[in-house]
Design a protein around this ligand. Structure first.
Ligand code: ADP
Length: 251
């Protein structure tokens, strides 16, 4: 019988271990992302946060352990492209937008198109695309910059544009790596609102060091250390945990 926790989770990791030259970057990591939740992953450098994202996206294979998506899809048997097509999108820390294209075109180039032989017959491309791009630009606060070249955006706006490009792929799970690094205070506050809004329609996992930003997220917090979960719960609960203070926050 399939584990109920696994069946009910959007993403389920159990006992995941990954070693590099004998060093365990992940040490029997077990973690669940629920459907529709926003979860922040915090923890010291070297805790295994990036390796965990690499495992989820198929960039790295675990030595042992289970990784399941939507209860039944074994991600350890899928490659990176299959995993992306299944609805797991990742945004790396450094924005990678098409600088010489407009903001609008960046979103349009990223749109997920219907697949299949007959899909194009039933798809009114222009109208649906235009409406969808408009919605996404609104969400990522870039409507007023739609015809601007991406190169001319601020660092924060480039991050939002890339979040918009991910939204254009309509992922069920968005993985976002340190989105507010290098942002102004105002952009950071706006990004927390943005991610709170986005998580109403999909699950979002954010790796982040900025605790004041995490405080503004409507999220569950998981603190990793030495490749495993150290504490989990509300930020209040996690940040009061003596081990979290000793190994991360108090440093
Ligand atoms: P975090 O993102 O939390 O800072 P990482 O997942 O990047 O942590 O790294 C966890 C540990 O695994 C670190 O000690 C790191 O040096 C090691 N590590 C990660 N990737 C590799 C690799 N490709 N080869 C060797 N060691 C690695």
């Amino acid at each position: 019988m399939v584990d109920t926790l696994r069946a009910d989770s959007l993403l389920y990791l159990d006992g995941v271990t990954v070693s590099f030259d004998g060093f365990k970057a992940l040490n029997s990591l077990s973690l669940v992302v629920k459907r529709g939740e926003l979860q922040a992953i915090i923890g010291p450098n070297g805790a295994g946060k990036t390796t965990m994202m690499d495992i989820i996206t198929g960039k790295t294979r675990p030595d042992t352990g289970e990784v399941y998506f939507e209860g039944s899809v074994d991600l350890t048997k899928k490659d990176e492209t299959e995993i992306a097509n299944m609805g797991i999108g990742r945004k790396f820390q450094k924005p990678t937008v098409f600088e010489s294209h407009t903001v609008w075109d960046n979103i349009e180039l990223s749109l997920k198109k219907p697949r299949g032989v007959f899909a194009s017959w039933f798809y009114d491309r222009d109208d649906e695309d235009t409406a969808r791009i408009g919605e996404i630009l609104e969400t990522v606060r870039l409507t007023h910059r739609a015809s601007e070249y991406a190169a001319n955006l601020s660092h924060g706006q480039k991050q939002w544009l890339e979040i918009g490009m991910l939204l254009a792929q309509d992922p069920k799970l968005m993985l976002v790596d340190e989105p507010v690094a290098g942002m102004t205070d105002a952009e950071t506050i706006e990004t927390s609102k943005l991610l709170n809004e986005i998580s109403k329609s999909r699950s979002v996992v954010v790796v982040e060091h900025d605790m004041s930003f995490v405080r503004d997220l409507d999220c569950r917090v998981t603190c990793l250390a030495e490749g495993a979960v150290l504490a989990q719960g509300s930020l209040e609960h996690v940040s009061a945990d003596p081990l979290v203070i000793e190994r991360y926050l108090g440093r």
